[in-house]
Design a binder for this molecule. Structure first.
Ligand code: ADP
Length: 399
């Protein structure tokens, strides 16, 4: 059975066609610059790749091109759209409404709209993509898989901000957390890899990509995570500031004559390691620059590693111990020196890194700690699309 996974951003749409039985990715790609000049479709199926500039004035036209290329005689992966049994949509914010994945009916779309206030950058794009798919394939079941759902198990002691309780009662202001499908997948895979019983384990998962978050997974459940009401909270990221004193907003708004939206835009898009280094959000660029003597690139990398380590430390406290720490996503799976810098801060835990194994572990699962390390450190590639496809399959197979 083939499941199409769709991840709709405000101006992009990523897709993967997955055979759920073999877990094989039959085709994948991205529509970029939707609504903009120069929109482009990049597609890959088996060993064939194609890139073509096509006008995409909206998400519906982008999805139309995806369906066309998936069934293309030369570059496609299937003969007809009937071979797609269901579509799984990545949905960012489910608020307090969605504790697990759901069949995307009209009520679900309406509730997602209600949550849009909490994720104004993400939910409207998810909804637009979902509706466009429904219009083009009205008889195909659609499922929404929420980034926030895995964190529904977090208790009030960890999700409440120390702000007036009425803000929570009236406006649902609290920590929600994101990257839930990744933390779920990586914590389970790590337990399996290490021979731990997930129901009796303490695992800290570090999803370090363009957006980054850390999660404390106790007995298979998320009990705390670094992102909050929005993905801005937590560690410093590629372009996001992560935690900071909220008074900075007022100070900068006054000094630079900006309104709150403008300051937030800077905290989301021009901060993090890009903001500190004045150079790039990409850790490959930063390493190269540091090697060429760039001091700001050096500081940016250290700020990042220090903050990740501090969150890990705080989650050891939250779980009263830790069995394993797992790194995933672009930086976690590939940036060997960043992993080394993070682990250096964790010596107090009795953690010991096997430097040779660490250096040689790029984009694959491995234990990178020494045999006598008190806590196991792993690299575990994430696969959010597979979780979305599996959840979709589980829901539609019960219909
Ligand atoms: P996204 O959040 O967009 O899914 P990814 O998980 O793909 O992000 O992570 C992208 C980031 O991973 C890049 O910006 C870069 O900083 C980092 N990265 C990717 N490959 C490498 C590498 N080989 N070495 C160091 N950093 C890398």
């Amino acid at each position: 059975m083939n499941i199409l996974v769709i991840n709709c951003g405000s101006s992009s749409l990523k897709y993967q066609l997955i055979n759920i039985n073999s877990e094989e990715v039959l085709a994948q790609g991205i529509c970029d610059r939707i609504y903009l000049e120069g929109s482009i479709l990049k597609h890959k199926a088996k060993d064939k790749k194609i890139e073509k500039q096509v006008p995409m004035p909206d998400h519906k036209s982008a999805i139309g091109y995806v369906f066309e290329i998936l069934t293309d005689g030369e570059y496609g992966a299937i003969k007809s759209l009937d071979e797609i049994k269901a579509i799984g949509h990545r949905a960012v914010h489910g608020g307090e409404y969605f504790r697990s994945s759901v069949l995307a009916d009209d009520n679900v779309i309406e509730t997602m709209r209600e949550c849009s206030d909490l994720a104004p950058l993400h939910n409207p794009a998810n909804i637009t993509g979902l509706i466009a798919c429904k219009e083009l394939m009205p008889d195909t079941p659609m499922v929404c898989v929420f980034d926030t759902a895995f964190h529904a198990t977090i208790e009030p002691v960890a999700y409440l901000y120390a702000t007036p309780y009425e803000w929570y009662e009236k406006y649902k202001v609290r920590k929600y957390g994101f990257h839930g499908t990744s933390h779920y997948y990586v914590s389970r895979k790590t337990a399996e890899f290490l021979g731990l019983d997930i129901n009796n384990s303490k695992i800290i998962t570090c999803h370090l990509g363009n957006g980054s978050s850390i999660c404390a997974v106790k007995n298979g459940k998320s009990i705390d995570t670094s992102m909050g009401l929005s993905p801005l909270e937590g560690i410093a990221m590629g372009t996001r500031s992560g935690d900071l004193d909220p008074a900075v907003l007022q100070h900068i708004a006054k000094k630079e004559n900006l309104n709150i939206d403008e300051v937030l835009n800077i905290l989301n898009k021009k901060s993090g390691v890009l903001g500190i280094s004045k150079l790039s959000s990409d850790f490959r660029d930063l390493l190269k620059a540091e090697n060429e003597g760039n001091e700001l690139a050096k500081i940016a990398r250290r700020v990042f590693a220090y903050r990740v380590a501090k969150y890990i430390g705080s989650y050891v406290v939250a779980m009263n111990g830790v069995d394993a720490i797992a790194f995933c996503a672009g930086i976690g799976e590939n940036a060997v020196y960043i992993r080394g810098m993070i682990v250096e801060h964790l010596e107090f835990l009795g953690v010991k890194l096997d430097k040779d194994i660490n250096i040689n572990t790029i984009g694959k699962a491995a234990i990178i700690s020494t045999q006598d390390s008190k806590v196991k450190i792993c690299v575990m590639p994430t696969n959010e699309e597979l979780v979305i496809a599996q959840d979709t399959f589980n829901i539609v197979s019960k219909l």
